[in-house]
Design a protein around this ligand. Structure first.
Ligand code: NAD
Length: 428
């Protein structure tokens, strides 16, 4: 094994990383200074502070955020993160990526993100419910099916989305399902939403392998993060014949050169408080080693800034498919390009989640329930078309898939802004 690295580079600002790629794409599009400013600056940034009573009777204070990056193409859409490292620059970056993500796959949404600084693993269900309801109350005038539509992200899931929907509905005197996506099925959720991001990652991986001429049968995969995205990506890729040889979560990193039995690993993790720690028939390795294993496909599916200038020289994967948002910092781009590693960027690779969120939002509004076959077919069609468009754009401008995806997304939002500005002019 080669050198070992820490997962996160503290000096990296994810919003700055976003801006670096944004500016390269803006040059290609020939955008004016004013246009760059209006496209990159968040439309609204809300900083919150509120208290809840914990189970032990003590009052505890929390800081939270909601950043609305853009509503140009539709209501802003984006998850809520519960994590101890949440900060305004992270939320700003995540909100901007949501704008580009929706735009690159052609959804009628803008981008937003929210978060609360907390450690959900140490909180009870009751405390998490109070936290979610307090956050919703604080943002009651911001959220809305036609304004800002949240979804799950790291540390949140269907329970939190159900509480949010309920709190919002109570204030409005009726059930309003379409205010949030990622809900449980019996609370207006959609079939296929839970696994949508991982399914999307697997669809994109298969398309990329085909373009690269790599046979998926037996191709090796390392996955960082075994939560919603990592676990479902592992499951679908395993079903497509790929060999998952390394997985990790916050507690453990496991290596199994013969390939994991993913069904066993998922069952084990579910029984083991959602952790892979202690899974037999695999070798524990240092967490940083997973990122530099000699595999065909590397899927970072945990958090941002894990592939950086500090470790990129040792990355040996042929293909990186970004399941997480922002896992590759801008300072790693040049080496990646030089080494010829193909990176499918987050805004395309993990867009399966927001795409099925869009289907959920539509079903809620139309009062319909779609079959899972229809959902999966539409998801595949959208991702396949978007992947083709990004690939063609990359060839046209001789740029990375990431820059190509930014070019497509930014052009769509810029055109939307111009259309809105013209409409405003004609009203005066
Ligand atoms: P999750 O909370 O379900 O899972 C996160 C996983 O990562 C857990 O297994 C956790 O233990 C692990 N992890 C955290 N820090 C780690 C570290 N330093 N090293 C190794 N493992 C670590 O979250 P999720 O919903 O799967 O989201 C993961 C990433 O995917 C985030 O970047 C999120 O923004 C992005 N994403 C999620 C969705 C979605 O639908 N859930 C959609 C698009 C993008």
């Amino acid at each position: 094994m080669t050198a070992i690295y820490t997962e996160q580079h503290p000096a990296i600002n994810p919003y700055e990383s976003m801006l670096e790629r944004f500016n390269v794409a803006a040059d290609i599009l020939g955008l004016s200074t004013a246009k760059r400013k209006s496209l990159s600056t968040p439309a609204k940034q809300i900083i919150l502070n509120f208290s809840i009573i914990m189970d032990n009777g003590e009052e505890r204070n929390f800081d939270g955020y909601r950043v609305i990056h853009s509503t140009v193409l539709g209501p802003s859409k984006g998850g809520i993160r519960f994590d101890k490292d949440v900060n305004i620059d992270e939320v700003k970056a995540l909100a901007a990526w949501m704008t580009w993500k929706s735009a690159v796959v052609g959804l009628p949404f803008g981008g937003a993100k929210g978060g609360i600084i907390c450690n959900p693993k140490t909180m009870s269900k009751t405390e998490l419910e109070k936290l979610t309801r307090a956050y919703t109350k604080a943002l009651i005038d911001i959220f809305g099916p036609n304004k800002d539509v949240p979804a799950p992200d790291m540390g949140t899931g269907a329970d939190e989305m159900g509480w949010l929907m309920d709190e919002y509905s109570q204030v409005h005197g009726k059930k309003i399902y379409s205010v949030v996506t990622g809900k449980h099925l019996d609370a207006g959720g959609s079939l296929g939403r839970t696994e949508a991001t991982g399914r999307g990652v697997s669809i994109i991986t298969m398309l990329a392998l085909k373009r690269l001429g790599i046979n998926p049968e037996g191709a090796t995969v390392a996955i960082q993060g075994f939560g919603n995205v990592g676990m479902h990506s592992a499951l679908f890729l395993h079903e497509h014949g790929l060999k998952i040889v390394a997985v990790s979560d916050i507690h453990e990193t496991l290596y199994c050169p013969a390939g994991f039995n993913i069904h066993h690993l998922i069952a084990y993790s579910k029984k083991n408080n959602n952790s892979i720690k202690g899974f037999p028939d695999a070798t524990p390795i240092e967490s940083g080693e997973l990122l530099v294993l000699p595999v065909d496909v590397l899927i970072p599916a945990a958090r941002e800034d894990v592939i950086t200038a500090a470790n990129v020289n040792d990355v040996k994967a042929k293909l990186i498919v970004e399941g997480a948002n922002g896992p590759t910092s801008a300072d790693a781009d040049e080496v990646i390009q030089h080494k010829g590693i193909v990176v499918v960027p987050d805004i395309l690779a993990n867009a399966g989640g927001v795409t099925v969120s869009y289907f959920e939002w539509l079903q809620n509004r139309l009062d319909e329930k779609w079959e899972v076959e229809k959902i999966n077919r539409l998801l595949e069609e959208i991702l396949e078309r978007s992947f083709g468009e990004v690939f063609d754009m990359a060839e046209k401008h001789k740029v990375s898939l990431r820059i190509a995806a930014y070019v497509i997304a930014m052009k769509r939002v810029a055109d939307g802004q111009d259309k809105n500005a013209k409409a405003l002019n004609s009203n005066i």
